[in-house]
Ligand binder design. Structure first.
Ligand code: HEC
Length: 181
């Protein structure tokens, strides 16, 4: 190997080492700290809340027609609740009008309700067990987004007690035995 080729080779090896060292530093800087609970990062808490409520499927139950219209519901009508009941062992529950909830309740209360399944009173199919696991920061972001939409007093039917069928349209969430067929 000529002297000049050797220098070239040593030079490129050094360059590789430098690149490796830089990427190692970048990776360390980007790695989340183990003691930081995960949360969604966005330009603002409201933007984080808007994103979370789509990907966490909140609209499926709290925005009328969301599933049928593949999410193409004007913002003015979003999160105002779903008048189609969810009927199961708990009776009938309706996906609540969260804009009215955010208008009436404080942010702290919203966090409390989500963390405790509404003090143990919350009915299914609201996924309480999952909702309780949101980081507080994300729960607050979802409240702030909902609140930012402003109140919209769409009224929903009243829920029914266990065993009482609703008089509105409803989705049946009771288990039906197919008899093995
Ligand atoms: C599968 C349907 C479903 C999904 C998905 C769902 N919810 Fe619900 N949610 C409900 C129903 C039904 C209720 C009413 C429960 C009751 O009457 O006790 C409810 C109740 C609530 C309440 C309580 C309101 C109050 O103070 O009384 C909040 C807050 C809430 N949902 C927020 C959310 C958020 C945020 C998401 C997304 C992370 C979400 N929900 C996803 C069905 C759903």
């Amino acid at each position: 190997m000529t002297r000049s080729r050797l220098i070239l080779l040593t030079g490129s090896l050094a360059a590789c080492a430098l690149v490796a060292a830089i990427s190692a530093t970048t990776a360390t800087a980007r790695a989340p700290r183990q003691d930081t609970p995960p949360f969604v990062s966005a330009s603002s808490p409201i933007a984080a809340g808007e994103y979370l409520m789509v990907v966490a499927s909140c609209h499926d139950c709290h925005t009328a027609g969301w599933t049928e219209k593949k999410g193409n519901v004007p913002k003015a009508d979003q999160l105002t609740g779903n008048p189609v009941g969810y009927y199961g062992a708990w009776g009938t529950a309706y996906g609540k009008n969260l804009r009215q909830v955010a208008d009436r309740q404080s942010e702290d209360h919203w966090v409390e309700v989500m963390r405790t399944a509404d003090g143990g009173e919350g009915k299914l199919p609201m996924p309480w067990h999952d909702a309780a696991k949101f980081t507080e920061k994300d729960l607050r972001a979802m409240y702030q987004y909902t609140k930012s939409l402003g109140p919209n007093p769409v009224r929903l039917p009243r829920g029914t007690k266990p065993g009482v069928k609703p008089t509105t349209a409803y989705i049946d969430l009771t288990v039906h035995d197919s008899g093995g067929k």
